[in-house]
Write a protein that binds this ligand. Structure first.
Ligand SMILES: Cc1cc2nc3c(=O)[nH]c(=O)nc-3n(C[C@H](O)[C@H](O)[C@H](O)COP(=O)(O)OP(=O)(O)OC[C@H]3O[C@@H](n4cnc5c(N)ncnc54)[C@H](O)[C@@H]3O)c2cc1C
Length: 498
């Protein structure tokens, strides 16, 4: 029990009630994963409490204030493999809860920067109508070489094979290295070369990437052509997702306790019993909250790393997979720039992958997002706000753990150079800038670790995992959190009602 009054205790509103009360369900972490499962449970009349270590909920979905404009701290865009926003689990969750979600589909453009044409950026925009043809167009754009028909045929065959695979079949193929699959199934030498060359796009050499993950995205290629990129019609992640979910959750009986860090999960006789909490500032143990159901909605590797989840709560191969995942974890760099005047055109340049020819075969340098994309309504008058995204997995950057600052700065310089080439005057126009480095382990590492971790502890009854997790197959990036909320809710309901 509590070691007495600790600093910061005033944060707990109605603390006495909270501290003595048992909860039906305890959710650790108030990121999108925690809010999604909490809201689903609230809809079913199951009361829960979210315990969040920061002073506000949101996790890596938080938006921050930058010169009066709210910008998303980490996330830059949302993705659908289905070709429709309605097909995403975020959309399904919002519909399920009766909440509106207004969206816009964004053009996904590749920008090629060349020294020969300063001030010019060549764009290739993905066209969903082209299906797999997008791949050929992209190849020709990036390499400057048209693909032979025999190569196109070989790649179309691969798209056909993948299209016929079910999610379950993809899941079974996570143990097959992509390179093995290519060697066995692709005869055309150029086709082989193209697929081997996909490593940097996937984020790792094809020898390390599993075929199941590749097949899962390729199976939509014929119909969708390229993943659909979308964002909200109005507002940002804070106003379009976090605020309505928080409101829904709390108005349906959910409780949120902020500025409290869960240190351990309490177990008794093989069953979840609750959590032990301290405050973040002075690490004082303050309280134990009790519940037969605990949902660990913080990223699983962080939870294991910080010993919130003990390895004994996982199977041996899950624990091994989490360890591997931790080793692969990288940081991504987000930058925010206030420009004195408009430099990035506002038409058709919402979000662009920049490839720079000066680094050899067009080298992917990072992304640029214009102010329009990040809610131009809030930009200071006469100024432009621009965002960057530099993945830590880029060749020659690799912001691993621990991250070397000189590598980060080098990648940042490369990005600025490339943007300057495409949009001259960019560097001069910068009035203020801020960068933000955050761990983003889900980006590609899931393609390399073949083991999937389920949403339920195999050893401890009543213990569930609801944050970023190791699910190789399924929906990409943060949409996974919303996807997991559905089966999590079902399993928890079965357990509490049994
Ligand atoms: C730089 C970057 C770019 C990204 N880009 C995209 C993108 O473009 N599109 C996309 O879909 N996804 C993107 N993501 C991924 C997305 O942010 C995550 O998938 C998503 O936030 C995961 O949600 P979560 O709830 O599992 O974890 P988080 O968002 O990390 O939330 C976990 C919460 O738990 C809290 N917490 C942690 N430990 C404890 C503890 N011991 N006790 C109590 N609380 C605790 C944290 O403070 C946090 O609020 C990006 C991530 C990063 C970092």
């Amino acid at each position: 029990m509590s070691s007495g009054k600790a600093k910061g205790q005033q944060f707990l509103k109605g603390e006495d009630t909270v501290m003595k009360k048992d909860f039906d369900v305890i959710i650790i972490g108030g990121g999108p994963g925690g809010l999604a499962v909490g809201s689903m449970l609230a809809r079913e009349g199951v009361s829960s409490v979210i315990i969040e270590k920061d002073s506000t909920v949101g996790g890596r979905y938080r938006s921050v204030d930058f010169h009066g404009a709210r910008v998303d701290c980490a996330v830059h865009f949302l993705v659908s493999l289905e070709g429709t926003v309605e097909g995403t689990y975020m959309y399904r969750l919002f519909s399920h809860l009766g909440l509106p979600l207004e969206y816009k589909v964004l053009p996904w453009a590749m920008g090629k920067v060349t020294k020969e044409k300063p001030g010019n950026i060549d764009f290739l925009e993905m066209d969903p109508k082209l299906g797999a043809g997008n791949f050929f167009a992209f190849f020709a754009f990036a390499s400057g070489v048209e693909m032979e028909d025999s190569t196109k045929k070989a790649l179309l065959r691969m798209a056909d094979i993948c299209e016929d695979m079910s999610e379950e079949e993809c899941r079974k193929a996570v143990n097959v290295p992509f390179s093995d699959w290519i060697d066995k199934n692709v005869e055309d030498p150029m086709g082989k070369l193209v697929l081997y060359g996909m490593g940097p796009v996937i984020g790792a050499p094809v020898t390390e990437v599993n075929f199941g993950m590749v097949a899962n995205s390729w199976r939509t290629f014929n119909t969708v052509g390229a993943p659909l990129i979308w964002y909200f019609k109005n507002g940002n992640l804070q106003t379009a997702v976090l605020d309505p979910l928080t409101k829904y959750y709390t108005s349906h009986g959910g409780k949120i306790i902020t500025s409290r860090t869960v240190r351990n999960i309490l177990i008794e006789k093989g069953k979840a019993k609750g959590v032990r909490i301290s405050d973040e500032q002075n690490n004082n143990m303050m309280e134990e909250y009790h519940s037969p159901v605990v949902v660990c909605a913080i990223p699983i590797f962080e939870a294991v790393h910080k010993n919130v989840l003990e390895r004994r709560f996982l199977t041996k191969d899950w624990a091994e997979a989490v360890k591997q995942f931790q080793k692969l974890a990288v940081y991504d760099l987000s930058g925010f720039y206030l420009l004195r005047k408009d430099v990035i055109p506002r038409d058709g340049t919402g979000w662009v992958n920049i490839y720079d020819m000066d680094y050899g075969i067009p080298t992917y340098i990072g992304d640029v997002c214009s102010g329009e994309f990040i809610n131009s309504a809030n930009e200071p008058p006469g100024k432009q706000i621009v965002c960057s995204m530099i993945p830590g997995t880029l060749e020659g950057t690799n912001f691993g753990i621990p991250t070397r600052w000189d590598k980060v700065m080098e990648a940042h310089r490369r990005w600025k150079d490339a943007v300057e080439k495409a949009f001259p005057g960019f560097n001069d126009a910068i009035e203020d800038e801020a960068i933000n480095l955050q761990l983003n382990f889900t980006r590609y590492a899931y393609a390399i670790v073949p083991t999937e971790v389920d949403i339920q502890s195999p050893n401890i009854k009543g213990l569930y995992f609801g944050g970023d997790s190791i699910r190789s197959i399924g929906t990409p990036m943060s949409d996974k959190c919303f996807q997991l909320a559905f089966p999590l809710c079902d399993r928890i309901l079965d357990y509490v009602r049994a």
